[in-house]
Design a protein around this ligand. Structure first.
Ligand SMILES: [Zn+2]
Length: 220
């Protein structure tokens, strides 16, 4: 039966959705959305949802962090932070050298995280502070390493993921201050801010308590 043109909006939608459901391959067989011979709304909903490719770093984004850290981390994981190479692609030309170090290297994602001495230094200080022995690699290597750690959900790994997001956020914020406002923040202040934020977040995380008690002083 075709959708009745005189019917109200809601009824027309019900008819349209029926046709849409029947057009999906997985719905061609009624058994796909039945359980023990009965229609099952959960199965129908799951089948109707669009299927996206899963990202390998999901555990990092779903970890316990704070919204501003998570937003910048999300952009970085998608390689969408506006480094000078991306600005140039949009026709915006600014000085291309990294403003955070004296290497003179072009400011691209791979340099900022973690070839640049600035981000590498902060990350290294925080890792040592937490008692982690880890050879810092480049961006993709760090993401793979942390994702592996974050997946098992242990408190230490959740704290590591928090610190990683913080380093990304603070590096990017410092870069913006340097580049657009000509201002600098002492590395020591940035690290103190990260540590304070971690302890504030830890107030909501009883499982972090034991570890945070062991790191109750600033690294510098
Ligand atoms: Zn640099």
């Amino acid at each position: 039966m075709s959708t009745p043109s005189q019917a109200c909006w809601l009824v027309r939608k019900v008819f349209d959705i029926r046709d849409w459901y029947l057009s999906i391959d997985s719905f061609a067989n009624i058994n796909n959305y039945c359980r023990k011979g009965q229609f099952n709304i959960q199965k129908a909903y799951t089948l109707a949802r669009p299927q996206f490719q899963k990202v390998h770093w999901k555990a990092l984004i779903l970890g316990s962090t704070i919204p501003r850290y998570n937003f910048i981390l999300w952009l970085a994981l998608h390689h969408r932070i506006t480094t000078v190479d991306r600005l140039a692609a949009w026709g915006i030309h600014v000085a291309s050298g990294c403003v955070l170090c004296s290497s003179g290297k072009t400011e691209i994602m791979a340099h900022l995280f973690f070839e640049c001495q600035y981000s590498r230094n902060i990350w290294s200080i925080l890792l040592n502070w937490l008692g982690e022995r880890h050879q810092i690699g480049l961006w993709e290597e760090e993401v793979v390493w942390l994702t592996k750690r974050a997946k098992n959900g242990r408190p230490r790994n959740s704290i590591l993921a928090f610190l990683f997001a913080a380093v990304v956020y603070h590096t990017w914020t410092e870069r913006n201050m340097h580049r657009f406002q000509g201002r600098k923040t002492e590395t020591k202040s940035r690290i103190r801010d990260i540590v304070l934020q971690l302890h504030i977040k830890g107030q909501q995380k009883t499982k972090w308590k034991k570890i945070l008690e062991g790191v109750n002083s600033f690294p510098l």
